[in-house]
Design a protein around this ligand. Sequence first.
Ligand SMILES: [Fe+2]
Length: 295
Amino acid sequence: MNQPRRVENLHTDKGRVPVYATGIVEQPWDDYSADDHATWATLYARQREVLVGRACREFLDAQDAMGMTPGAIPKFSELNTVLEAATGWTLMGVEGLLPELDFFDHLANRRFPVTWWIRRPDQVDYIEEPDLFHDLFGHVPLLMNPLFADYMAAYGRGGVKAHAIGPDALAQLTRLYWYTVEFGLIRQDGALRIYGSGIVSSKTESIHALDSAAPNRIGFDLQRIMRTRYRIDTFQKTYFVIDSFAQLIDATAPDFTPIYARVDALGTVPAGAVLDDDHVDQRGSGEGWASDGDV
Ligand SMILES: [Fe+2]
């Protein structure tokens, strides 16, 4: 339950696309329909309206710098010109979620896999698996930031190592990704702002993450996060807040091997727990939390 679902070789009705042995797909830009571009436009305009004053400034600035607009689905090749010059990252098209080791290897080599297809119009409000909008609108802008770009590559290298160590290490590292890359908050100018891709690509969670009294908001702590379980099908019960992107780099610089052992010994923590040592921004009311399952 607490691992994202894997999708390999997803078959869609979006036309013919060349699939290579590596799983990399050339973005079939000419095959996007008017509906596809309209879905992008709807989501883009709606999220930008919600995110001004909510997303961190680096995120919004980077979207503008990359030339993302609601006008049409961006071409990966055009974004790559800007992105590669900024931080050495490139985007590559994929069918969907990759096997973990492939994903880590791409990140370690500064390649970010982007799902080439976009959700259907009736999926505008919710889609279970990552699509082009989540990957491109949500993940790619912060790859323009040198610190965040380094963090993502370090995460990829760490993932390759964790994969060799075993499933417990991998589960801990995946929690770090979840609570930073996907659902992280950052403090800027004395206020909380969003940087996590899972939040910025969802209208309802963008509001919930900052405005709701229900979730906990707790200061970033590497080991605490690596212990904290999560579920993928509801709003988060807890968000972790960083003070800067440099904090992510500093916290993840050490070798994780002894950290995995320590975290293993401490055991896992439910998603909604508040611990005595936590730096609590807000203790959540818990209103509306799903009570099924153990997270
Ligand atoms: Fe994601």
